[in-house]
Design a protein around this ligand. Structure first.
Ligand SMILES: [Cu+2]
Length: 153
């Protein structure tokens, strides 16, 4: 056995035993919509992509700047628009999932400090496979402000 092989064998064993950390094919393109300072919850929108050949499931989302974060879906019941929490969010292999007003979104509950446009918020996504993805997102003016500007220059 060559010296190289003797070096490689323990290396390969340790790689094989290591928990699968890398390799998630998730992309998280998310922002938080600015809300009045008195708002008890803010919404997170954007696009989550999965370029891999396996489905990805998000089990929970956390942030040091919010007491809780839920994944919501919008519903209409008795002609009333509402929303309800869902347990997890699966992004099928090779697809993109939109988080948008009137659809699925992040509900960021009870900010621990006032947040306004341009503020940065750390988010931590825990996947069903145990991996954790940490990103920083920015607070933006809601989209309807843009359309208002277009209509009233
Ligand atoms: Cu909601």
């Amino acid at each position: 056995m060559s010296r190289l092989a003797l070096i490689m064998i323990p290396l390969m064993v340790s790689l094989y035993l290591a928990p699968v950390q890398a390799g998630d094919t998730i992309s998280l393109n998310i922002h938080i919509a600015e809300a009045p300072p008195t708002a008890r919850a803010l919404a997170g929108y954007g696009v989550i992509g999965n370029t891999g050949d396996q489905d990805i499931t998000i089990e929970s989302v956390h942030s040091s700047l919010f007491e809780a974060i839920e994944i919501h879906e919008s519903i209409v019941r008795d002609d009333m628009a509402g929303m309800r929490p869902i347990d997890e969010l699966t992004i099928p292999s090779g697809t993109e999932l939109a988080l948008e007003p009137g659809g699925r979104h992040l509900m960021l509950i009870r900010p621990v400090q006032p947040l306004s446009e341009g503020d940065q918020v750390p988010l931590e996504f825990t996947l069903k496979n145990g991996n954790v993805h940490r990103i920083t997102v920015v607070v933006k003016k809601p989209d309807h402000d843009h359309s208002r500007q277009h209509h009233h220059p």
